[in-house]
Design a protein around this ligand. Sequence first.
Ligand SMILES: *Cc1c(COP(=O)(O)O)cnc(C)c1O
Length: 367
Amino acid sequence: MIKLSKPIIGSKEINAVNRTLRSGNIAQGPQVKAFEDQIASYCNISHAVAFNSGTAALHASLFALDLKEGDEVITTPFTFVATANAILMQGGKVVFADINEDDFNLDFESVRQKISNKTRVIIPVDLYGQIFDYQPIKKLAQAYKLSIVEDACQSIGAEQNKKKAGSFGNVGIFSLYATKNITCGEGGVLTTNNPIIAEKAKMFRHHGQSEKTHYEYFALGYNYRLTDIAASIAIEQLKKLEKFTKKRIEHADKLSKGLKGIKGLLTPITKKNNRHVFHQYTIRITSDFKTNRKALIDHLYRRGIESGVYYPKPLHLHPHFIKFGYRLGDFPIAEKIANQVLSLPVHPALSNQDVNYIIRVIQDYAS
Ligand SMILES: *Cc1c(COP(=O)(O)O)cnc(C)c1O
């Protein structure tokens, strides 16, 4: 079976874990600090704060931005549920806006229409590994005094005009979950150029305790710390990120060339001045296709190829959000795209033969 994702863990990671286990520091300690420094320097940003998940880092970002009960946060319904749940965790109100058809990210006009006098934050998602178009939204945010949290959980290593993912908002968030472009099993990172945000984020992950004064509690906090065991894996993975990314881009280029011209199959777009890091390689299956998406998924599976739908239903149509008053028809583009997307394997553990095989199976099926 050609898997949709596969972590690449080698002897470097295993040796690093062994060293950490023998060091006596197994919870948050020097490895976490070293990883934070390395990721900050990689993103060319002044502060990085590690967490035990991307979700925890998202939650902390809204605390650090002083989100208050009832404050509105605008985000996309076409994302992983954690993006929206973090808003609820901090007492905020989730306000969805529709997406655009090019990169499935937030649509500028739709966001503009959702701004009210309660709006405090916008959370765009750098979906599938491509950075959102931040320029116009930043102007909007300045005009209305809003903060931006960049959910870059899927886009570590991506670039726009030579700037790295994680450096486009007031805060950036990465995930180190097992399926992400680099991983330590579970983990997350918050990036920022603002020392106050970094300080508050550190407090939040450590029970509301300041790093400077022991056993003084300033606010409600959580236990969101990353372990040195995990951080020592993350350090080795970060060293391999560039190699992994190049492979993903190479596989994606090959897939796009091979799948070009198939009726009813649209290959993903890389926008101008962007480096798309293909966390997912996502095609669209439209009504012009020979059969339908479900039939193609089944056929791929029979030929030993795993594929996935991210996301089969936009968030506003799940019971969890319908209770806030959303319904079918609210975000027509997100609803349409959710019915068309299909992600194919693109991870760096694939061989060139695997990629050629995926292309051949789809070409044969569609002809
Ligand atoms: C993975 C992911 C998250 C959550 O990260 P975890 O580390 O799994 O908590 C949040 N947002 C997006 C867009 C993601 O892909």
